[in-house]
Structure formats: structure tokens, C-alpha cells
Design a protein around this ligand. Structure first.
Ligand SMILES: Nc1ncnc2c1ncn2[C@@H]1O[C@H](COP(=O)(O)OP(=O)(O)O)[C@@H](O)[C@H]1O
Ligand SMILES: [Mg+2]
Length: 243
């Protein structure tokens, strides 16, 4: 595309991943600039979770490279990636039901070298997630589905990551709650300059808050461009937006 990619925040080139004989991801290329919110959209089985997990170091890459802030992290173990600022909100992320909201947030520091103070970071997060402040001493099991998703996102932010990877946060949520969660993601990106990668089946809600998007079909990127362009695309409308 003629774009200068030397200074990219995240640059993924020729990514391929297999599970045994199953080719889950094939020669996928994408990049992110610092402060961007981008979406990778695709149907069930397209390879979204595989990509997100490979960025976190949870599945091995077969070929291709992942460059994060100029460093080749393709073979770096997950705990080291966490220390250099990458965090994941996994698909169907679970909070600890018998811990309070505050205790759940503290678990976000697990395995981190203490460069940030969790107490201070949690106080800042309460400003972004007022519902968690209100409920801080309640058991997480008493939160609604949407509130639990907010807690899962906030927990990933306690260690103050630079890149947040979010896997299908809308799964199992009613549309109104999905909107709430996405509006929090939008605030994190627009007001707190957090770089966020969303992977979603729910194309419309995620493209609505994205600058750019990539469309994944059976492990391959078939279309990419500005979010507005993708939302206007006839094929996207038919396949993903139900128009
Ligand atoms: N652990 C696994 N073992 C074997 N095949 C897998 C495994 N995980 C995913 N797959 C396969 O890889 C493909 C991509 O899966 P996935 O990345 O989970 O897609 P998505 O998140 O878009 O639904 C699918 O065909 C899926 O069946
Ligand atoms: Mg998935």
C-alpha cells in the first residue's frame, strides 16, 4: 500500500498459524499506529482468536513476524509481552465470582513487576468505570453481564498496558449492554489514547468506534480500509451487517 511501516507501533507481516493440519491463519498482514483503535472482523472460525492469542504469545506462530515498538516479539513468551505493555481481554473472559470487584482488579497485577502502583491505577480506573467504583466492595458474582465485562476490561488495564487486545467482548451481551461496553472502549481510546485491537463478529458496533478495519475470511484478510469505507461496502453490509 506504499505506506511507510518502519515506525509502526504494531506491525504484523505474513502471519500464518496452524493447529496440526488445520490452517487457521494464512499470510495475514496488518499494522497499528499508536493511539489507534482498529477492528478485525470475521465470522465464527475465521481465525480472530488465533490472531489475538498469537499477539499475546499464547499460540506459536508458524511463519511471519510480529514487531511491537520496533522489537521483534514473534517468539517472546506471554509473560514478557505482558511486561512490555501488551494485555489481553480473552474471549468469554471470566471474573473471579467470589472476589470483590476491588480484589478482582488487584489480580490484574499478577505476574507484573511492580512498576505501577495498583491502588493509584485502580483509583484512575474508577473514574472511567464509575459502576465499578460504586460496586467496589461487592462480590463480582453480583454484577450484571455487562458490568462483569467492564470489570474484565478494567482488570486488564490495572498494569497500565500500552496495547489492549480485546477478543469478542460483545459475545453473550444484550445490545444495550454491548453499547455500554463499546462506549467505555471508545472513551479509553479517545480520551486516554489507549491503543486497542478489537476482534469481533459484531461488525457494526466495532467498526463504529474504529478508525480502520480488516475483514478476515477463513484465515485470510480479504478486505481492509477505513471503518467508514468498510461499513459502506455492499458485501460487508450483506454478510456482516444483515442489510
Ligand atoms: N486449539 C485448536 N485446535 C484445533 N483447531 C483449532 C483450535 N483453535 C481453533 N481452531 C480452528 O482454527 C480456526 C480458527 O479458529 P478461531 O481463531 O478460534 O476463530 P474465531 O475466533 O474467528 O472464531 C477454526 O477452524 C477453528 O476450528
Ligand atoms: Mg474467537
Amino acid at each position: 500500500m506504499g505506506k511507510e511501516r518502519d515506525n509502526m507501533f504494531l506491525d504484523v507481516k505474513g502471519l500464518s498459524i496452524s493447529y496440526g493440519d488445520i490452517r487457521a491463519v494464512q499470510n495475514v498482514n496488518f499494522y497499528m499506529e499508536k493511539g489507534e483503535l482498529i477492528s478485525i472482523i470475521g465470522a465464527n472460525g475465521a481465525g480472530k482468536t488465533t490472531i489475538i492469542n498469537s499477539l499475546m504469545g499464547l499460540v506459536p506462530v508458524q511463519s511471519g513476524t510480529i514487531i511491537f515498538k520496533g522489537q521483534d516479539i514473534t517468539k517472546m513468551p506471554a509473560h514478557k509481552r505482558a511486561r512490555i505493555g501488551i494485555r489481553i481481554v480473552p474471549e468469554r473472559s471470566r471474573v473471579f465470582p467470589r472476589l470483590t470487584v476491588y480484589e478482582n482488579l488487584l489480580t490484574g497485577m499478577y505476574g507484573m513487576k511492580n512498576k505501577v502502583s495498583p491502588e493509584k491505577s485502580i483509583l484512575q480506573l474508577y473514574e472511567i468505570f464509575p459502576i465499578l467504583k460504586e460496586r467496589k466492595n461487592q462480590l463480582a458474582s453480583t454484577l450484571s453481564g455487562g458490568e462483569q465485562q467492564q470489570l474484565a476490561i478494567a482488570r486488564a488495564l490495572v498494569s497500565e498496558p500500552e496495547l489492549l487486545l480485546v477478543d469478542e467482548v460483545s459475545t453473550g451481551l444484550m445490545p444495550k449492554l454491548t453499547q455500554e461496553v463499546f462506549s467505555v472502549l471508545e472513551t479509553l481510546n479517545k480520551e486516554h489514547q489507549l491503543t486497542i485491537l478489537l476482534v469481533e463478529q459484531n461488525a457494526f458496533v466495532s467498526l463504529e468506534i474504529s478508525t480502520r478495519g480488516y475483514v478476515l475470511e477463513t484465515g485470510q484478510c480479504v478486505l481492509e480500509g477505513p471503518a467508514t469505507f468498510l461499513m459502506d461496502n455492499t458485501r460487508i453490509k450483506e454478510v456482516y451487517l444483515g442489510h
